[in-house]
Write a protein that binds this ligand. Sequence first.
Ligand SMILES: [Zn+2]
Length: 507
Amino acid sequence: MTSRPAAVSFGGVAPAGDLSFRIATGTFVLPDLAPSGDGALSVRLALERGLQVLLEVLDPDGRLRLQVIRYKAGVSPAAIVSADAARTSLNARTGPLPPGDWTWRAAVRNVSPLDAGGPRPLRWTGTVAPLGAEASDGPGDPDDACPAAESLERAFAAPAAPLVLRFGGEGWAAGDLHQHTTLSDGVLAPDRLAEANLAAGHSFFAFADHQVLQPPRTLGGAAALGGVELTTPVGHFLRLGPLPADGLIPDAPGAAFADCADLARLRARFRAEGALLVLCHPCFPPWHWRCGALPDDGAPFDALEILCDPTHPGAADAAEAALALWTDALSRGSRTVGVGGSDYHGPAEGKHAADGGARPGDPTTFVRCAALPLSHDDVLSAIRAGRAAVGRGFLPGLAVGPAVPGQHPDRLPGDVLSVPPSAPAALAVRAAALPAPSVPGPLRGELVGAGGIRLRVALPVDGSAAVLSVPLPDRPSGWLRLDVRDGEGRLAGFTNPVYWTREENAP
Ligand SMILES: [Zn+2]
C-alpha cells in the first residue's frame, strides 16, 4: 500500500490598509498523485474575520486550474479539481494533475477598517491536499465540497407560478439580476436562493456571487443566469451570460482589477463570449464607480444598476446619483440600459437587519417577453435591447406614439419610434404603474428626456394608464423615459427609454 502525499499550506498576514486588493504569489511542489490512485486535489481557504481572499491555483504549464473565493471568517468548503468532470467543482478546470511546481496566486483584501473592531492585521491560510489526505491532515470533511456544475438541476421539479404582467400588448416577466449565495457572502445556499426566487414568481434571476463564476441553469422553469460579481478598484461589475469556454474568469486578479481604460477591453471580451457587463451600485461607497463622468464615446459597460438594495441607509441618494449618471449617458447618445438588482444576501441577516433586510425582487427587473418559459437568451437579449423596466412592487409602463388622432401609442421601452414629418410636434404617451404585487401608495411619474424632466403626472393607483401629450423638442432624434417616485419623492421605478427619430421630409 502506498502512503498518500501530505497537504501543503501557505498564506500570509494582510496589513490593515486602504481596502484595496493586494496580490501575493508562491509555489508548491505537487508530487505524482498516480500512486495513490486518487487523482484529485482539494483546495481550502481559512480566513480571520475581516479578510476577503480570491485564491487561484495554476499547474506547471501555467494553466489556471481553480479559483476559490472566501469573504467571511472560517474555513471554506473544499474546492475540487480533478481529471473527472463529475467531481470537479465550479470555477475549476477538469484535467490531469501533472506533478511538479504549481503556483498559487491570491488577491487579498483586509476590510477590518469597516468592522466595529477596527483595523488590524489578519492572517489567511490556503491548504492544497490530495483528496483523501485532508481527512487526517487538513480541516473539514471531504463531503463538504463546493458543488459540481450540474448538481443543482435535480433539485427542482415543480414549475413556478410566474409573475407576468401585461402592458402595451406585451407580457413583462419579473426577475432579479443581482443576488448572492453561500458561495460568496450570501446566507442562502444556491438551491434555497432558487426556491426564494421561484416563490416570488421570478422567471429569471442571477447568481451574482463575488468572483465565483456560476453556469447558466434552468431551475423550476426559471432561467438562472450564469453570473459573477467582479470586484475591481474602479467599481463592482456583474458578468451575466454563458460561461467562458473553460468555466473560469481568465487571469481574474489581472482582468478583474482593471483600471478605467481596461473596462472597454473587458466588455469587448464579455460581448464576444455572449455575456453582458453591468456596472452595479455605482454610487454606494466604498464600492462605487471611480471613473468619474462617462467618456464621450459612451459608457464602457452594457447596463447600469440604478436601483439596488433599498435597505441600504444611503440607497435613496445612491439611486439619484446613479440616475443622474444614466441620464448623462443617454443625453450623450449612449444606449446604456438601466436595470435593478436587490443585491440580496439573505433574510434579515447581516447588514441592515433592522430594516428587515433586502428581499429577492426588491427592486424587480421586468423584461418584455413573448412567451414563457424564458430562455437565457430571451432574458439577455431583452436586457441588451433595453426592453426592460424596474419597480419596487410594481411595473412601470410606458407606451409612446406620434400625437396623431386615432393612432394608439404602441412603442415600448427599447423600441425606436419613427415620427412622420406630418405629425404634430408632440408625443402621445401612456404611463402607468401596474401592481406587482401592489402599488406602494401614491406614485408620481416623471417623463424624462435629454435636457431633463418634460412632464410630471400622478399615476393612477388602480394600475390604469394616464394618457398624456409631451412636447417634442426641435431635434432630429431623442429618447423618453418614465421615472416613478413614491410619496416621499424617492425613486421607486423607471422604464428604459423609447427612442424616437424624425423621418426625413420627402423631397
Ligand atoms: Zn452584490
